[in-house]
Design a protein around this ligand. Structure first.
Ligand SMILES: C[S@@+](CC[C@H](N)C(=O)[O-])C[C@H]1O[C@@H](n2cnc3c(N)ncnc32)[C@H](O)[C@@H]1O
Length: 188
């Protein structure tokens, strides 16, 4: 999927599924929220020190609660997702982006949960991260298991290689979450 196709795909998905267009779409609302609660608990203690965080592909901002004490900006190409994020998490800042150029400022943590797994060719995104994050941390959670359509599973070696083309990586940590997801943290 290129960026234009991705915008259309996520627009249709959000218009069909509402604020639950992200996460456990084929499960009950209760299971959907419990899934996010488990992810939040898992991620919380692993968040590295930082002051400005960019939540890239934030969806409806389900993880913004992890950053209540920090300067947080959530961005997404899905306009409906950003509208829902603003309504659901009104204390945080969210921005709809048409292109990556729309992201201004600099950040010392790029936080990106289950976004790159939907994208076949990620180098242009990592180049933009280098522009807005001269140094700090990149934290990813990605599905690393072949599961269903629109998933490009990649493991920590592949992400290290991809991120390493634009950043000097000094530390890498990774840990599996519920089998099919991998949380990865890169100090850059
Ligand atoms: C599976 S959802 C994850 C949302 C959120 N990170 C979460 O975990 O709840 C993937 C999100 O990535 C966004 N997205 C997809 N391609 C993108 C791109 N190229 N740039 C920015 N956001 C993108 C979609 O609009 C969607 O909101």
């Amino acid at each position: 999927m290129n960026l234009t196709e991705a915008k259309e795909y996520w627009k249709v998905r959000a218009s069909e599924l509402g604020y639950r267009y992200v996460g456990r779409v084929n499960h009950s609302a209760m299971e959907h929220f419990k899934f996010y609660d488990r992810k939040v608990d898992f991620i919380e203690s692993k968040i590295p020190p930082h002051s400005r965080v960019l939540d890239f592909g934030c969806g409806v901002g389900m993880f913004s609660q992890l950053f209540n004490k920090y300067d947080y900006l959530g961005v997404d190409i899905c306009e409906q997702g950003i509208m829902d994020a603003k309504e659901l998490n009104f204390k945080h800042r969210f921005q709809h982006i048409e292109s990556y150029d729309d992201i201004k400022g600099t950040y010392d943590l790029i936080f990106c949960m289950n976004v790159l797994q939907h994208i076949g060719y990620v180098p242009p995104i990592i180049e933009e991260w280098k522009r807005v994050c001269p140094g700090g941390y990149i934290m990813l959670m990605e599905n690393h298991v072949e599961e269903h359509d629109h998933i490009f599973p990649r493991g920590v070696e592949r992400y290290t290689e991809l991120i390493g083309k634009n950043f000097n990586i000094s530390e890498v940590e990774s840990e599996e979450f519920e089998g099919n997801n991998l949380l990865m943290k890169f100090k850059v």
